[in-house]
Ligand binder design. Sequence first.
Ligand code: SF4
Ligand code: SF4
Length: 450
Amino acid sequence: MTDQGCRAGARCSSGLGAYSDRSRGGNTRTNTGASTWHPVGLSCPVTQEGSSLLQRPDDSCGRNQSVRSPGSWLPAVCDASVTNVCNAACDFCGFARDKGLAGPKRYMDAEDFARAIPFLRRRHVRYMTLQGGEPLVHPGIVRLVAEVAGAGMQAAIITNGWFLPRYIEPLAAAGLGRLVISIDSANLGTHEYNRGLDGLTSRIKQGIRGAQARGIPVTASVTVSRLVRYEDLAKTLWHLGFDGVEFSYPRQEALGSTSLVYGEGSHLVDLTRDELLEALEAIRRLKKQFPVFNSMASLAEVGRFVRGEPQHVPCVGGYKYFYLDWNLDIWRCEAWPEKLGSVFDLDNISDQRDPCNACMMGCYRNASMLMHSGISATDALAAVIGGDVTAAVAALFRRGVAMSLWTLIREAPHIRRLTARRTKSRGLKAAAADEPRAIMDEGQRPAEAD
Ligand code: SF4
Ligand code: SF4
């Protein structure tokens, strides 16, 4: 999910981000679900589409006993940083244009990205968020979105909004499924000041109007920081026209990966334990006034993390959530200090199932709470298929399963509302079916000149 607001916080939290080697459990690669099964890299010879299959290693009769892994029924998510360049100057982010941390400019190669998509699909990635830096400075951003959407994945973008007036129409026609815009404060003057972008608000408004006219849901991404006045936020977000908001948690410590969404030395995210707990309480209250996509259960998990208490749900990073950078390297998550490898090796990289609760990166941990019950159910099914009823029962009665299931039920109205908008979006796109070629050509123009 980049952009500190874009995802700044989407990243871990100050103190929230610190993780221990013990809790991380090393970068061991473990197998999925039932331990007596192992994946074999088969794919459909016609579509080259993924079939993550499991095969009994002890199948001595020589017949192929492969079946589709129950774990493959659950979709995975990938956040892809398409560039390390940003046009903004956010105080709490290492990608900021004036900090000099990003080094030489990097842009993900569009041809390579297109070649990588089948590998991600075979790993069941069905939701892809393009982020940065600022993704709309990538000269081929429209093509990247078209590649994702064309592969049947939901394409989302997280942006500071500056280039939306130019890009929202071609992005919509390319198949953009969700737009996420960072907002730092209920006071839009303060927001523009932190971003270092005068006049940003009117560009954001144009982008939101353009997206919604094309049936694309628009979410605000707000980093928990000293700039947020929670009691005034609903009014600002309603006024701008957002469909919902998702909060991410602040982080000061450098991440292990290539991502720079942390604010080392930034007073804005230097929050004390009590300030973080107060912020979580304020977000809970805000849920009564505005659609907040951080579930109550995930807010409670963050609270436990801040208080140093045990977590109820392990993170899905490396199993159902991945980070892809502009070098086409795939990572367990943005916090992880070691890449899994090239995305083109993904068929040979095992799922990372060793439990990790080392940080509170909002995007990963919100997804973890939603997916935990489904993962437990598919693990149980894999155990039943493997003949291990005890393991199946244990999977179903894991800690946090009931909480995760209840979260899914409670969040269903939000999900239905966003899906309804996307359905409308698909209808509108079908009406403009002959536009994509021109759009992809348009997408090759560098955006930085704006
Ligand atoms: S500096 Fe750029 S990438 Fe970082 S939070 Fe701001 S807009 Fe997003
Ligand atoms: S796997 Fe999840 S909890 Fe662990 S460091 Fe990565 S994002 Fe944080």
